[in-house]
Structures are given as C-alpha cells and as structure tokens.
Design a protein around this ligand. Structure first.
Ligand code: SF4
Ligand code: SF4
Ligand code: SF4
Length: 191
C-alpha cells in the first residue's frame, strides 16, 4: 500500500472527533504523522484500544496500550445562556461546528454533534461553558461521518473567509483609493 492510501485508511479508522488529544490538530494530521514521522499508534484517546488494534493491523506495528489513561470522553458541552455574551470565540474553537449562534446572540451547543472535546472551554471569556455526562458517548460509528463532514465543511468555510479577508486587504478599489490619496498629497506638496 502506498503512503497516501495508508494515511487515508488510518484516517478512516480514527474517530474523527478532531479533539487534539493526540497532540495533533486533527485526525488527518495525526494519520500523516503516524505514516511520515513514525509517531506511535496509541495516542488517540477517544479511539482507545479498539483503534490501536486497527492501526496495528494497518501499519504492521505491534499493538500497545493507550497513551492516555482514560479511553473515551462521555460528556457534552452546555452553555449557560445567562452569562453568554455572544462573542463567538467558542464557535471559532469548535472543530466540528457543534455550536450555533451569531455575534452578540446567545450561543447553543448541538448536543448530537458535540464530541465533548473541551476545545471551546479555554477561549470562553465568561466561563459559561460546562459539561454534562451522557450515557452513550458520541464518539463512535454513526457519529464518525457526522464529525468528518462537519469538520471538513468548517475547514472549507474558514478557508473561504480567510480568502475573502485577503482579497479585501488587496482590493483593487482600495489600491486605487490609496493611489488617489497619494497623488493628492503629492500634488498639494509645496514645490
Ligand atoms: S479523535 Fe483521535 S486522532 Fe482524532 S484528533 Fe482526537 S485524539 Fe487525535
Ligand atoms: S462544543 Fe465544545 S466540547 Fe463540543 S465539540 Fe465543540 S469544542 Fe468540543
Ligand atoms: S465563548 Fe462563551 S461567551 Fe462567547 S459566545 Fe461562546 S459561550 Fe458565549
């Protein structure tokens, strides 16, 4: 199997929560690191032993115990709406777009889409995000495709927004305005 196919298969075997517990910024970067840098196959916390065994079979490396003590995160985030100021920082931090809300509006977590990763917690300026336990963790099988789809659509949206900002920055009309202003200044300068 070539490297690209192996990375794809490893990525498909990972839970797709994009939780960064493996110390990589998502499942695909971790899959890349396993193949290209020889990083250990036991770092995916939500995947647990089951995922390590699959990765072992795919890579031909020996199966080993999980790097993290806990195996899954059986929790989801909830927002205390009384203290939410609508700053949107949690939306930016959530890798799977599980939070809805717009600027200066109350924000809400979509319970079915939340992986419980906790990445929204540190940026919240009012500490109004909490976690509640759920009996069935959201991390497996059916949720995988949901997380993957939501993650990729968020990545695409972030890229488009970044492109728009860049275009605005280098907008020709802005350049024309700058040129006109400069010409006016130069024309008005004492000879
Ligand atoms: S689900 Fe596993 S591989 Fe994906 S980001 Fe989380 S720890 Fe890393
Ligand atoms: S809402 Fe918070 S805990 Fe839930 S997936 Fe998004 S960042 Fe993770
Ligand atoms: S980061 Fe906190 S205060 Fe800001 S929108 Fe999210 S929940 Fe509300």
């Amino acid at each position: 199997m070539n490297q690209v196919d192996l990375i794809r298969k490893i990525n498909d075997a990972l839970p797709q929560t994009q939780c960064e517990k493996c110390d990589y910024p998502g499942c695909l970067p971790y899959a890349n690191a396993i193949v290209k840098q020889g990083i250990d196959i036991n770092r995916c916390q939500p995947g647990g032993q089951e995922t390590i065994d699959i990765l072992s079979a795919l890579t031909g490396r020996p199966s080993t115990v999980p790097y993290h003590a806990e195996s899954v995160l059986n929790q989801v985030a909830v927002i205390n709406e009384d203290n939410c100021i609508g700053c949107m920082l949690c939306i930016k931090a959530c890798p799977v777009d599980a939070i809805i809300g717009s600027s200066k509006q109350l924000h809400t977590v979509l319970t079915n889409a939340c992986t419980g990763c906790g990445l929204c917690l540190p940026p919240c300026p009012t500490s109004c995000i909490d976690f509640v336990s759920v009996s069935t963790p959201n991390q497996h099988a059916d949720h995988k495709i949901i997380y993957k789809t939501r993650y990729h659509s968020k990545q695409e949206r972030d890229q488009k927004n970044a492109q728009k900002k860049l275009q605005k920055h280098f907008d020709f009309t802005n350049i024309n305005t700058i040129q006109k202003t400069l010409a006016t200044i130069l024309n008005n300068e004492p000879k």
